[in-house]
Design a protein around this ligand. Structure first.
Ligand SMILES: Nc1nc2c(c(=O)[nH]1)N[C@H]1C(S)=C(S)[C@@H](COP(=O)(O)OP(=O)(O)OC[C@H]3O[C@@H](n4cnc5c(=O)[nH]c(N)nc54)[C@H](O)[C@@H]3O)O[C@H]1N2
Ligand SMILES: Nc1nc2c(c(=O)[nH]1)N[C@H]1C(S)=C(S)[C@@H](COP(=O)(O)OP(=O)(O)OC[C@H]3O[C@@H](n4cnc5c(=O)[nH]c(N)nc54)[C@H](O)[C@@H]3O)O[C@H]1N2
Ligand SMILES: [Mo]
Length: 775
């Protein structure tokens, strides 16, 4: 292992750094031959949909419609490395538990179904038939099906797989369908329907081309949705102001060189991205947004005096409710308090208000920086309030833009993967398949954790993802996990969840969407929905990683057939041999969206689901868009307020990871190399606490529930981060997150604000080179 280093990254996002990083992973995974070929079909009509993020796939894709992290995700999946039964015969599960995420996925794609053998503490190969029989027997034996069985899925799963999975769960008898979205944009799914009557955003790429102002809250496109840098670059070139609120100065939000443009690469000509950058305190967005709204109201009052107007008064009167209450609340806020809570100056918020007020159309973009706070729902609604003030919903060039994470997380929701029965037409589903779907609310992610801690869960099916690593409170959850009777890990690479076997545990490896999925009726295709609500076809192009893999669709059908009582309406045999049959059923359940599905999914740019708010049709309880007035300004009411000794930890993604998949130990844009054990701190906090850069420290969660949560051996890095805020990487820091610390209303774990103390592990400076000397 090389020595950790810290050297602020001076280059723009993209550029040569991006090209080098991509070259490294392609070489390491041994896919120099296959990746370039695959990339010619990346995000193309009749190609496959990128398996990294959910950013919009344009109708007229660039010749190279991919980015640094898309290429990493593709190389990761197409890797030449194989994790075979041999590998498992050489390592016990206890031994593997000491490996980190990078090491665990490095052996490559899983090749065989495996069953945990407790006697030898190893995974051993097993036949598919045996695996299916035993899993089905155990699932049938669960006494309380509502409490005892959980159907988790991660947001990569296709529409077809998701639809079958929810049908299986509901026919089995529960709505226990937690998914990765519960940890992510659930806050969006709760906030937006109340405000504007739909759970998804309202923008498409056309709006980016027409907008006059972009506001960015807590989303990091440079690492997490790099293709988005192209429309941003274009907007910037048109002179569109881009205003960012983020505690960190993220490279991708500052400057960009398009690595696909030879001229830009050779001349180093870069584009500025943000025109204003405000380093808001973590959790300070609610106050910052209130301040911006307050300044807009002031501008409006001034304009009124001279016969003008800043608000879109006609829109507010005709299309909204709650404005007066909201405006009174905003006016009553005190600037000192807003400054204190946001960590910004009044002038920062006023400058945003000024630019926003002059733009004929504005877009509000956000990500985990808003959703993963206790008051995340209210914060998103504040951003919508700001947009509603000037009629910026349902107009060209304007709208709200949550940036979804996993490549099909939005499609999963559309397909009915949700614990909330009211979000899916269950009457219709019941009629279509002639059964009585369960109507009780099921478990979301946090409910699942609580049920596991109580010992209620007997069978846990994980269809993709790495649940036990992605969730909070590892210290409590991991021991509890071992007590589950049956754990089934349907995955493509080894991860930590599989290394915490219950009494009976399986690893079931599957075909990925980049691979050719051949059934009796020929090669099958799939479909996915991107963050703008557009649905696209997907065709695999490479031979599966091993002949022993089966598809996720087949896995669900085979299991459902063995677990459920026969029902002639549920044609599992037909579904697994011809996925068009699944799409036919989807079209029947959701005819308004999926008419003529088979053809439209191959249209360039996909087909967009109806977005009522885009047409100013408000499917809310009032029939209008609602201004929602927050209850307080504090984003983290369940935790002690940050003070002299209590710092607020946000958990971050590096540039070299996709969630719990770690591609490497560098975070290039943030200048950190060869380590993930870094804690980013403001120099004045380091000095005040008597710490030194490069020293090892322990972070300890401040909570009065009697549980000790701590993480030692973290290396102090002096970083440009607001005083009182610190940063560390996810999932390593999840051990510090209490399971009960989540967003009110959505139960999304509040991963961006964990109150912690920082203590030195010993006087010596272990990594002196982390001290960066300028020049
Ligand atoms: N390469 C890559 N791409 C990914 C992923 C990945 O891990 N790697 N993950 C995918 C998934 S599932 C998701 S959900 C998305 C996540 O993508 P993002 O939404 O970008 O999520 P994060 O990287 O967790 O954090 C986003 C930003 O929030 C800022 N932030 C933290 N706290 C606050 C706050 O209180 N206020 C404000 N204003 N900002 C704050 C951080 O500094 C960071 O820049 O990306 C998807 N795409
Ligand atoms: N502290 C903290 N915690 C967080 C977050 C945070 O910002 N901070 N972010 C949260 C968010 S936004 C999310 S979305 C969750 C992520 O939670 P998950 O979605 O559960 O986790 P991933 O890391 O994306 O899952 C990676 C695993 O998926 C499997 N896999 C990959 N491709 C496929 C496939 O095609 N099929 C199947 N069956 N399996 C596949 C691989 O085996 C890989 O190990 O984590 C959440 N946890
Ligand atoms: Mo996510």
């Amino acid at each position: 292992m090389k020595k950790p280093e810290y050297k602020p990254y001076r280059l723009p996002a993209g550029g040569w750094g991006s090209a080098r990083s991509v070259g490294n992973i392609i070489r390491r995974e041994g896919v120099l031959g296959s990746v370039p070929l695959a990339l010619s079909r990346h995000n193309k009509v009749d190609g496959y949909q990128c398996n990294s993020c959910a950013w919009v796939k344009p109708a007229n894709p660039l010749p190279f419609e991919y980015c640094e992290n898309g290429v990493k995700a593709v190389a990761w999946e197409l890797t030449a490395n194989r994790c075979t039964p041999e590998f498992f015969s050489q390592h016990t599960v206890s031994e593997l538990r000491d490996w980190d995420e990078y090491q665990l996925e490095q052996p490559g794609r899983l090749t065989h179904p495996l069953r945990y053998d407790a006697a030898s503490d190893k995974y051993v190969p097993v036949s598919w038939g045996h695996a299916m029989e035993e899993i089905a027997r155990e699932m049938r034996a669960v006494e309380d099906r509502k409490k005892g069985t959980v159907f988790y899925s991660s947001g990569r799963l296709s529409n077809e797989g998701s639809y079958l999975y929810q049908l299986f769960a509901r026919a089995y008898g529960n709505n226990n369908l937690p998914d990765s979205s519960n940890m992510c944009h659930e806050t969006t799914s709760v906030a937006l329907p109340i405000s504007i009557g739909q759970g998804v955003g309202t923008i498409d790429l056309g709006d980016f081309a027409k907008t006059e102002c972009i506001m960015f809250f807590g989303q990091n496109p440079g690492s997490n949705s790099p293709r988005m840098l192209h429309p941003l670059q274009e907007a910037s070139r048109r002179g569109v102001p881009i205003i960012t609120y983020n505690p960190l100065r993220e490279r991708g939000l500052e400057r960009f060189v398009n690595p696909q443009s030879p001229t830009e690469m050779l001349t180093g000509k870069e584009t500025r991205i943000s025109s204003q950058y405000h380093q808001v305190r973590t959790g300070g967005d609610l106050a910052a947004l209130a301040g911006i709204c307050k300044a807009v109201l002031t501008l409006h009052d001034e304009a009124k005096a001279s016969g003008g107007s800043v608000l879109d008064e006609a829109f507010v009167a005709e299309h909204t409710t709650g404005f007066e209450t909201f405006a009174d609340w905003v006016r009553a806020q005190d600037w000192d308090e807003l400054e204190r809570r946001s960590g910004l100056y009044r002038g920062d918020m006023e400058s945003t208000a000024k630019v926003y007020s002059q733009a004929r159309a504005a877009i509000g973009i956000y990500g985990m920086g808003l959703t993963q706070h206790q008051a995340g729902v209210e914060t998103i609604q504040m951003l919508v309030n700001l947009l509603l003030m000037r009629g910026n919903i349902g107009r060209e060039g304007a709208g709200i833009c949550p940036v979804r994470g996993h490549s099909n997380v939005q499609g999963q929701r559309t397909m009915g993967i949700t614990e909330k029965p009211e979000l899916f037409p269950l009457d219709r589903l019941g009629e279509q398949f002639s059964f009585e779907p369960p109507r009780e609310r099921g478990y979301d992610t946090v409910d699942t954790c609580e049920a596991v801690l109580r010992g209620d869960v007997r069978a846990f099916i994980m269809l993709g993802g790495n649940f036990v690593r992605a969730i909070p409170d590892h210290g409590q959850m991991e021991p509890a996990w071992r007590k589950i009777r049956l754990t089934v890990n349907v995955i493509t690479k080894l991860n930590r969840s599989a290394l915490l076997p219950g009494e009976i545990s399986y690893i079931l490896p599957v075909i990925s969407r980049l691979e050719i999925d051949e059934t009796e009726t020929g090669q099958q295709v799939l479909s996915m929905e991107d963050t703008s609500g557009c649905i696209h076809g997907n065709r695999g192009l490479r031979k599966p990683a091993s002949p022993h893999l089966i598809s996720e669709m087949r896995l669900i059908c085979e299991l459902a057939q063995r677990v459920l009582d026969p029902n002639p309406r549920m044609r599992w045999d037909a579904y697994m041999s011809d996925y068009a049959e699944i799409r036919r059923e989807i079209g029947e359940t959701l005819p308004d969206i999926f008419w003529d599905y088979e053809r439209r999914m191959w249209e360039p740019g996909g087909f967009q689901r109806p977005l009522p708010a885009k047409k100013r049709e408000w499917h809310t309880d009032t029939g209008r868009a609602n201004f929602v007035t927050p209850k307080a300004l504090d984003e983290d009411l369940d935790m002690p307020a940050p003070g002299r000794d209590v710092l607020r930890l946000m958990t971050l993604r590096s540039n070299d990871q996709f969630n719990t998949t770690v591609y490497g130990y560098d975070d290039r844009f943030r200048g950190i190399k060869n380590t993930r054990k870094a804690v980013l701190m403001n120099r004045s906090d380091i000095d005040r606490l008597g710490l030194k850069v490069g020293q090892a420290v322990t972070l300890r969660t401040v909570a009065d529930d009697g549980v000790d949560r701590h993480l030692s051996g973290m290396l102090v890095v002096a970083y440009d981060i607001p005083i009182g805020c610190i940063g560390g990487y996810y999932p390593e820091c999840n051990v510090l997150m209490p399971v009960w610390h989540y967003a009110v209303g959505s139960k999304t774990p509040a991963a961006k604000s964990i109150p912690v103390t920082v203590h030195s592990d010993g006087p010596e400076v272990l990594e002196p080179q982390l001290e960066y000397a300028e020049g």
